[in-house]
Design a protein around this ligand. Structure first.
Ligand SMILES: Cc1ncc(COP(=O)(O)O)c(C=O)c1O
Length: 414
């Protein structure tokens, strides 16, 4: 069986995890600090704060930029449901922006339309006018005081998702965000190693530098850099970084590491109602091993993408992914789209490949088609098309040339 992906974990990570275990320090400690420092330096950010997942990173990021109960968060439905859920954790509600035509990321034109045509602006900020249409069963807005038909929702943040490692059109998104004074969080769950230009292609910088206010990464096994579970927040704002550290650790005013290293007794205080969103030193030690391998891994993923692009170019009913002029993709995923001329449906195509021992996945899920977010308000044709016509092909470090050839052969036979 050729899996869709496989983490590139070897004896290197086993040895690093072993050392962490035998050191006796198995929760957040010195290895988490080392992982954070090396991660920050890899992406070029001033600060990196490790947490238990990208989901918890998104929650902290929204709280840090001031998302409060009753607010609106603009994001995409075309993402793992964690992105939308993170708004709900703040008792806020997501409003979904469609993705670009034939693309995987937030469409800046649609974003602009929502900001200019579906909102009101006053001295206090920008207000979404259609709150009454968002009142699905689980929406936190349902239980809030006041007449829902007259309620407005403050636009408190934008979450731009760099889906499947394809960088968003950040230059345009940031220009709009600046115009309306809205903080931007980058969901970079898949973004490690991708690069982005915000000066029309003159210079490129790593995703996570960050280009918005905060970027959030995932280290789940479907991603390129894997620690099992795990996440990271990067920012250049030291106040945000202090906020993350306080809230990930139950609001404790001093870290375990600082207390351990102090030569004076420290009686800790709890300053806010925080969470347990910590990463462990065992996970961080695996992350340190993965960071070392990252250049090797990214180079291999680029080779795989180049191979697929060349070998599949003759299949007329497939639309192949391309790299935007403002982007350098990490190619952690290779999504292909079935055109209307395809001789099979998406499901039939996936089944034919599975019959040949090849695992694939459909396009990225749509949160607005799932029960917690269903509403008649959504009109997201490109989001739905991306889900319904895309197939993700196997792409991972250990895949062999023979396996890649057999994927191409199986598609050619269809
Ligand atoms: C775009 C996106 N955001 C957030 C997440 C959540 O990441 P985690 O599983 O680390 O919480 C995922 C996970 O797949 C994702 O794909």
């Amino acid at each position: 069986m050729i899996p869709i992906t496989k983490p590139f974990l070897t004896e290197d990570e086993v040895e690093l995890a072993r050392q962490a275990i035998l050191s006796g320090w198995v929760t957040q400690g010195p290895r988490v600090k080392e992982f954070e420092d090396k991660f920050a330096s890899f992406v070029g950010a001033k600060h990196a704060c490790a947490v238990s997942s990208c989901t918890t990173a998104l929650h902290l990021a929204l709280l840090a930029v001031g998302v409060r109960p009753g607010d609106i968060v603009l994001t995409v439905s075309h993402s793992f449901i964690a992105t939308a859920n993170s708004a709900r954790y703040c008792a806020a509600e997501p409003v979904f922006v469609d993705v670009e035509k034939d693309g995987y990321n937030m469409c800046p034109d649609h974003l602009e339309k929502i900001l200019t045509q579906e909102c009101l602006r006053d001295a206090q900020g920008l207000w979404y006018r259609h709150v009454k249409d968002l009142l699905s069963e689980e929406s936190p807005l349902v239980s809030m005081a006041g007449d829902p038909s007259r309620r407005l929702g403050r636009i408190a943040a934008i979450i731009a998702v760099h889906q499947l490692g394809f960088p968003c059109q950040m230059e345009r998104i940031l220009t709009l965000a600046k115009r309306f004074n809205i903080p931007v969080i980058e969901d970079a769950a898949y973004g490690i190693g991708s690069e982005i230009s915000v000066d029309q292609g003159k210079t490129f910088e790593k995703i996570g530098k960050p280009h918005g206010d905060i970027a959030c990464f995932s280290f789940h096994p479907r991603k390129i850099l894997v620690t099992g579970e795990g996440g990271m927040l990067t920012t250049n704002d030291s106040a945000h970084d202090s906020f993350f550290r306080l809230f990930r650790h139950q609001g404790m005013g001093v870290s375990d590491l600082a207390r351990h290293q102090a030569n004076k007794v420290i009686l800790e205080e709890y300053l806010v109602t925080g969470f347990n969103y910590r990463m462990s030193d065992i996970q961080a030690s695996i992350g340190l091993g993965q960071l070392k391998k990252l250049p090797l891994l990214l180079a291999k993923l680029k080779e795989i993408a180049a191979f697929y692009a060349d070998a599949l170019s003759k299949i007329s009913w497939l639309q192949l992914p391309s790299q935007a002029p403002y982007a350098i993709n990490n190619w952690g995923s290779f999504p292909v789209r079935l055109t209307p001329q395809a001789p099979v449906t998406q499901e039939q195509c996936m089944q034919r490949l599975l019959d040949r021992g090849i695992a694939t996945r459909p396009g990225v899920m749509n949160a607005h088609r799932q029960k917690p977010y269903r509403s008649s308000i959504w009109n997201l044709p490109e989001t739905e098309k991306a889900r319904d016509t895309t197939i993700l092909l196997p792409a991972f470090y250990q895949i062999t040339k023979e396996e890649l050839c057999s994927v191409v052969q199986a598609i050619a036979e269809i």
